[in-house]
Write a protein that binds this ligand. Structure first.
Ligand code: GTR
Length: 445
């Protein structure tokens, strides 16, 4: 290496180091949220009369009347219309790593075309999703942990660095090619890629895809993709938002995973961080197949209550990310309390399936307390299904009892070792080790 290049490299390292320590110190000064739960209970009470629907007295009242009403309301007021389910086609399947001696399992790349009701601006007219599927060695069918990646799947494939796995526009957070070490220094060791080897050792398969292959996470370019996914006849203020499109994408991926005999279709577990946590919750609210969900720091329009003015306001989220939502959501910007639904009702739509909500003590924007109270607010519906009540009172770790669980780890917004440790022990505890071909009791929605 010439002297000039050494100098440039040195300068880059020094500037990066300074930026990281300045940014890191500033962030570490963000105050902790209180150690005890604060704030009012979720409203409206989940079983109370809602609009013209009388109070819920039984499980069938919930399933037949209230759940469809809430689904309609979440679409019209927050997320926009869910796209129509049409089907998928596997265009290619490449084995990137075989379970040879020493290898921990098989790594495959699938290219999947999603059929849509209408042709759209995607190359070839329909969305094409890059899916990386990692299956452990040994005899399945394996439970599979499925979730979206922020910036494409490149970081999942350390041996293939340099491959650009998406051709879609990426948001600025993806750094326009910023070195992976910068991203992981700020957002945690697992910001870009789940700990695949640990998962494999624990007997889980991993499915990761890039939701931005369907709707790019860039407000300036997302609209034509959203328009193409919006069912014909939908009022303009309810056009499909990107979170709904990504939730729909999760369901299409579950179509693929559910058809794979190496995977256990009754143990497909959805997870997501932040915006993808919002999408994971929404997806499972509309799709009975995810057997459990882990939403990490999903915040506003995720697990956090929105009517209490704590955490990220509707005004901010709809200004920064107008493409994520139905245009109608922005009309609540100055009057959040006027929205007659809240996120505990979304979580309740997942009942009786296990839900783990993860938060960070310094992530005020993600509203840990509002997320805890949302679980509490959803709990009466879980009890209707005969599930053990959500009795957790401490924020730090789940109490290891019910299927609703919460944790708050130290630190900021990101994905760290502790998050995966909490998630795996939750999945180990709540998702039965199914014997192939026996009914997976307790998990059926
Ligand atoms: C933030 C946004 C949050 C959260 C987060 C993320 O900028 O305000 O709602 O979704 O992005 O996805 O990382």
């Amino acid at each position: 290496m010439g002297l000039g290049r050494k100098f440039v490299l040195g300068a880059v390292l020094v500037v990066t180091g300074l930026a990281l320590s300045a940014g890191g110190c500033a962030l570490q000064r963000l105050p902790n949220v209180p150690a005890e739960v604060t704030g009012p209970p979720a409203s409206p009470p989940v079983l109370a009369a809602f609009q013209s629907d009388p109070a819920i007295q039984s499980l069938s009242d919930w399933q037949d009347r209230r759940a469809p009403l809430l689904k309609a309301r979440f679409q019209s007021e927050i997320y926009g219309a869910m796209p129509a389910t049409v089907g998928y086609e596997i265009i290619s399947r490449d084995v990137l790593e075989k379970p040879e001696k020493g290898a921990i399992g098989t790594i495959e790349r699938l290219t999947i075309a999603l059929k849509t009701a209408e042709a759209g601006p995607w190359t070839g007219g329909r969305p094409v999703v890059d899916l990386i599927l990692m299956t452990p060695k040994g005899k399945g069918p394996f439970p599979v942990i499925a979730g979206g990646t922020f910036c494409g799947n490149d970081a999942l494939l350390p041996k293939q660095t340099g491959t650009r796995t998406t051709t879609m526009a990426l948001p600025p957070e993806c750094g326009g090619g910023a070195p992976g070490f910068l991203v992981t220094a700020i957002f945690g060791k697992y910001a870009n890629a789940p700990p695949w080897e640990t998962l494999a050792q624990r007997g889980y398969a991993l499915a990761s895809w890039h939701p931005g292959d369907v709707v790019p996470d860039v407000a300036e370019v997302a609209e034509p993709y959203l328009a193409a996914l919006t069912p014909i006849g939908t009022p303009p203020e309810q056009r499909t938002g990107a979170i709904a499109a990504w939730a729909w994408t999760s369901s299409r991926i579950l179509d693929v995973l559910g058809d794979d005999p190496r995977l256990d279709a009754r143990r497909m577990l959805l997870w997501g961080h932040s915006r993808h946590g919002k999408a994971a919750l929404l997806s499972a609210a509309f799709d009975p197949r995810p057997a459990a969900v882990w939403a990490l720091q999903s915040g506003t329009a995720g697990a956090a209550l929105g009517r209490d003015d704590v955490g990220e306001p509707v005004a901010d989220i709809t200004r920064a990310f107008p493409h994520w939502f139905a245009p109608s959501y922005a009309s609540y910007a100055a009057k959040q309390a006027d929205l007659d639904i809240d996120q505990h009702q979304l979580i309740a739509l997942l009942a009786p399936r296990p839900v783990l909500i993860g938060t960070g003590r310094r992530d005020q924007w993600g509203d840990p307390h509002g997320s805890f109270r949302a679980l509490k607010g959803a709990d009466p519906v879980y009890q209707l299904f005969g599930q053990q009540a959500f009795t957790q009172t401490k924020l730090r770790h789940p109490d290891g009892k019910g299927v609703l669980a919460f944790y708050m780890r130290p630190g900021l917004h990101g994905i760290h070792t502790e998050d995966w440790t909490e998630a795996l022990s939750f999945f180990d505890r709540t998702v039965p080790k199914a014997v192939p071909n026996t009914p997976n009791s307790g998990l059926k929605p």
